[in-house]
Design a protein around this ligand. Sequence first.
Ligand code: FMN
Length: 245
Amino acid sequence: MSSAPDPADSVGGRKSAKAIFAPSGADGTLQAAQYTKGSLERSQLVSDPLEQFHTWFSHAAEDPSTPHPETVTLSTASLPSGRVSARMVYLKELDATGFVIYSNWGAHSGKSRDFSSGNGWAALTFWWEALERQVRVEGRMERLSDAESQVYYDVRARGSRIGAWASEQSKVLKDREELEQRVKDVERRFEGQDKIPVPSFWGGMRVVPEAMEFWQGRESRLHDRFRYTKDEAVEGGWRIERLSP
Ligand SMILES: Cc1cc2nc3c(=O)[nH]c(=O)nc-3n(C[C@H](O)[C@H](O)[C@H](O)COP(=O)(O)O)c2cc1C
């Protein structure tokens, strides 16, 4: 049975009651701010969720209060444990089939471990606060080929291209020196070479959606939510349903 936190619990090394409680309270109240900026109706949605995402992403990209709208949480899970891990990444491409992110797929990266455990499912969560909008994506991951990844790799700053070679992402390091030494070694290896091949352990992963949700914050937490679910029986291939907030 769960119970309320014990005020005698130690928080941050001190005996304290709840160290954080209703932190979004404004104006001396404990009440969270209301979402009042917009609303979402079924009639505003197009039949293809990727096209709908592109419209919402454009609104976020045009909004000066939404810097880096491409910032997204990628969640993956390992088999057979089911243990979930989530981390921020950047969306780098949207195409007709899905959302592409770039990362390290070596032995130590958590997302790589989850993918190679045989679990191809992933989720992406975007939050555009100034627009009071969330977009959720659930789908299967598919690795881009080296040739496809090379196209994006080539536009990265040289330091980032070197870094991709040098970093065994999420491996324990003895100290910062160890990383810097690896960077020097890679710089030496590619000295005088403009074109650097993309490492085989680094590249793009496309999340191909099977479900997507568009969420617009509303007053009193009575938000507007619409979920697209892949369904070949429906014209356009996607079923669209309003969800309770
Ligand atoms: C804003 C932000 C953007 C990030 N973008 C990426 C990214 O595009 N690709 C990436 O591999 N890691 C990115 N990272 C680092 C990841 O959050 C994470 O530390 C790294 O991918 C290792 O995670 P893993 O071991 O769970 O795979 C980003 C971190 C932040 C804070």
